[in-house]
Design a binder for this molecule. Structure first.
Ligand code: PLP
Length: 428
């Protein structure tokens, strides 16, 4: 595979951007080698600047559930742009997208649009603190909720890949208000609440973890956390930035029967453009400025092109879409597990809906600790063999791969053919 142009661009990018990239995981540090510079995408495929084609299972890290260059998304964005890129004033598309969200998730009674998942979680956490008058936040080891100061503590994938448990620059005085617990361990949460429940403003959780690779919640775990929040007067924040509109029409909350106080969104609701949102109980949301005293704002919040991309995306997602995603993803996961078995490579394939991770581990992977036990060298060899065969997986053991509606049955079979060879390469 020719990669000269990508290498040249990466050398130049290194003179312009720290590590040559504008978001850390793109630099391939977790797998070695240099990133491919992407020229364009179409359907299930990415094309790099050297002319190589890849079946894409990153999908811009989750937003592209319809695949690249979906015609209706493009049409909506172009239509919006013709009327002006941004107004900094209310515009009708905000209402259309908000109603699409609330129809599918009635527990999101009111919401605020922002421009990224990080802004969404930052806003939701500030609101929870403002609403309860408490300072402490509980999160789970390995869950990632964006790059805000409160949540860059035991934050999974990106920091995991780089081996930085916390980030310098987050004041210790601030980080001390973020209490971390092991995912899937309700007893640990019960003990923490018993000791200091009165100081806890909120618990934030990825309902299905994607940012430590895919971790599946144990039955009763999330319900138990919600019950603890209720008992102690803390808010329950479900971070659906990755899972919202990906795991079901009503997101992970619908799939798992959760009715949280606050929910955060990003990725799919922006159809590939910069959109995030947080929302939930009207009584809580009405504490946000200008209705209430908790401040939050954004120059480009509710941007018409971004709203258009979200509207076109949500309108195309039907119950049949999720059946299709389930079937394709199940076939992929089963085929990957079978290919690994045939090659004699011990793996755990964790999957929920169209999110999946092949963990190179002999043991079940259910929390950050068990994920850290994976053979990342094997993963790297597997990753590079797949890349060479034209399959673009997330460049880290601690990330979720995403199946889109653009992936055909033939794409899935081609991926499995590549995996049969790549698992053997992983052993070397
Ligand atoms: N929350 C979750 C669960 C995420 O997966 C991410 C990003 O991957 C974020 C928050 C942050 O979103 P963004 O990268 O749009 O700021």
């Amino acid at each position: 595979m020719k990669t000269e142009l990508s290498e040249k661009l990466f050398a130049k990018a290194n003179t312009l951007f720290p590590g040559g990239v504008n978001s850390p995981v793109r630099a391939f540090k977790g797998v070695g080698g240099g990133p491919r510079f992407i020229a364009r995408g179409k359907g299930s495929r990415l094309f790099d600047v050297d002319g190589n084609a890849y079946l894409d299972y990153v999908g811009s890290w989750g937003p592209l559930i319809l695949g690249h260059c979906n015609p209706e998304v493009m049409r909506e964005v172009q239509d919006a742009m013709k009327s002006g890129a941004s107004f900094g004033a209310p515009s009708p598309r905000e209402i259309v997208l908000a109603e699409l969200i609330r129809e599918r998730m009635p527990w999101v009674e009111k919401m605020r649009f922002v421009s990224s998942g990080t802004e969404a979680t930052t806003g939701a956490i500030r609101l929870a603190r403002g609403f309860t008058g408490r300072d402490d936040l509980v999160k789970f080891d390995g869950c990632f909720h964006g790059a805000g100061d409160s949540v860059l503590v035991k934050a999974g994938s990106g920091v995991e890949t780089l081996g930085l448990p916390d980030s310098p620059g987050v004041p210790a005085d601030f980080a001390k208000h973020t209490l971390t617990l092991p995912y899937n361990d309700l007893a640990a949460a019960e003990a923490l609440f018993a000791a200091r429940g009165g100081t806890i403003a909120a618990v934030i959780v990825e309902p299905v973890v994607g940012n430590m690779g895919v971790l599946v919640p144990r039955p009763g775990f999330l319900e138990g956390i919600h019950a603890l929040c209720r008992k102690h007067g803390a808010l329950f924040i479900v971070d659906e930035v990755m899972t919202g509109f990906r795991l079901a029409m009503g997101g992970a909350c619908d799939r798992l029967g959760l009715r949280p106080d606050l929910v955060t969104f990003g990725k799919v609701i922006g159809g590939g453009l910069p959109v995030g949102a947080f929302g939930g109980r009207a009584e809580v949301m009405d504490r946000i400025a200008p209705a209430g005293p908790v401040y939050q704002s954004g120059t480009l919040s509710g941007n018409p092109m971004a709203m258009g991309a979200g509207i076109a995306t949500l309108r195309q997602l039907t119950p049949a879409s999720y059946e299709r995603l389930e079937a394709a993803s199940a076939r992929l996961a089963e085929g990957l597990a079978a290919a690994a078995r045939e090659a004699g490579v011990p793996v755990q394939v964790n999957r929920v809906g169209s999110m999946l991770t092949v963990f190179f581990s002999e043991q079940p992977v259910f929390d950050a600790q068990s994920a850290r036990g994976c053979d990342t060298k094997r993963f790297s060899r597997f990753f590079h063999a797949m890349l060479e065969a034209g399959v673009y997986l997330p460049p880290s053991q601690f990330e979720a791969a995403f199946v889109s509606l653009a992936h055909s049955d033939e794409d899935v079979e081609a991926t499995l053919d590549a995996a049969k060879v790549a698992f053997r390469a992983a052993l070397q």
